[in-house]
Design a protein around this ligand. Structure first.
Ligand code: AVJ
Length: 313
């Protein structure tokens, strides 16, 4: 395997302090969900994916397995495969095996995850040229591969749900310039009870994942969050079509981070994540506004999750 260095410096630490200070300074305190995924957070997320209540991962994997041949036909064998987020997963491997891409470009905010993915793939696919890019897809990214070759962007896992519809629009406009086809996994709107259970699991793994963000701030920015003074709170906001995750202050308190003090009222929350859910039609309309034609739509048998095949117009 020819592994190339690209994307220069890892972005994972550069903006953390600034983003945390800015987020805690707003009237509605918030923290960007991309900071969930340090080593501990990534381990907790892997446990979330195995939870009985968290249907997302299993539903997407099942539909990918079932429709793999058609998915590979749509993407185009031998193309350039650009994947946003992870790259270590079973789905990536399925796709690489079925597509035999000429080059594979995994893009991830975590240089650690990228390195692990590249090493794993090198062992499994010695013929594959891997060009990892450390980057944050909330900003435009330069893909260091030759233009003019047919390409497909793969964005699985409903990670696009972390973006607001406006941010998703900007993301789709960016990918439209990177490849002519897009495969994007999107969680579907469904019974609020099913959604609620998926983000309020009985083992408390999602709660631990959420609270780990405060632990990370303590570890890396010298914060003094008392973890037991904050509670995980997640609910389905029906009119906005999104799960919201918050950390609720259980008492009136002051927290110090990066030499600053942030006051919390009892019951005041930090908004840590949105997870938007789209019906197939809603997502196709969003993609159309960014210049994509809806070509394919695959769903799992229970109608929990959708994989969209889109073509740049
Ligand atoms: C990885 C963003 C798709 O929104 O479902 C899981 C993250 N948060 N449980 C999601 C998550 C809480 C997940 N995504």
């Amino acid at each position: 395997m020819a592994r190339e260095r690209a994307g220069a410096r890892p972005l994972e630490l550069s903006g953390f302090r600034e983003d945390v200070v800015a987020g805690l300074s707003h009237p509605q305190k918030s923290l960007p969900p991309k900071y969930f995924y340090d080593a501990a957070g990534s381990r907790l997320f892997a446990r979330i994916c195995r939870l009985p209540e968290y249907y997302v991962t299993r539903a997407e994997l099942a539909l990918t397995r079932r429709h793999l041949a058609a998915i590979a036909r749509f993407a185009g064998r031998g193309c350039q495969l650009i994947e946003y987020g992870s790259g270590e997963g079973i789905k990536s491997r399925l796709l690489i095996r079925a597509l035999r891409p000429s080059v594979y470009v995994p893009i991830d905010i975590s240089a650690h995850a990228l390195g692990a993915a590249a090493r794993g793939l090198a062992r499994e696919f010695p013929w594959l040229r891997v060009v990892p890019v450390a980057g944050d897809f909330s900003r435009p990214i330069d893909i260091p591969v030759r233009h003019g070759k047919p390409g497909v962007v793969y964005f699985p896992g409903s990670t696009i749900g972390n973006l607001t519809p406006e941010e998703a629009h900007a993301f789709l406009c960016m990918t439209r310039d990177q490849a002519e086809r897009l495969l994007v996994g999107v969680d579907l709107k469904k019974d609020a009870n099913v959604l609620h259970a998926a983000y309020n699991d009985s083992r408390g793994v999602t709660a631990a994942f959420n609270v780990n963000l405060l632990a990370r701030i303590n570890r890396e920015l010298g914060g003094d969050f008392e973890l037991s003074a904050f509670a995980h709170y997640a609910f389905y906001n029906v009119p906005l079509g999104r799960i919201e995750m918050h950390l609720v202050s259980l008492r009136r308190q002051t927290v110090r981070v990066a030499k600053r003090r942030f006051g919390f009222e009892r019951g005041e929350s930090i908004h840590t994540e949105n997870s938007y859910k789209y019906s197939a039609e809603e997502f196709q309309a969003l993609a159309a506004r960014a210049g994509y034609a809806a070509k394919k739509l695959w769903e799992d048998r229970q109608g929990l999750f959708a994989l969209h095949g889109l073509q740049a117009r």
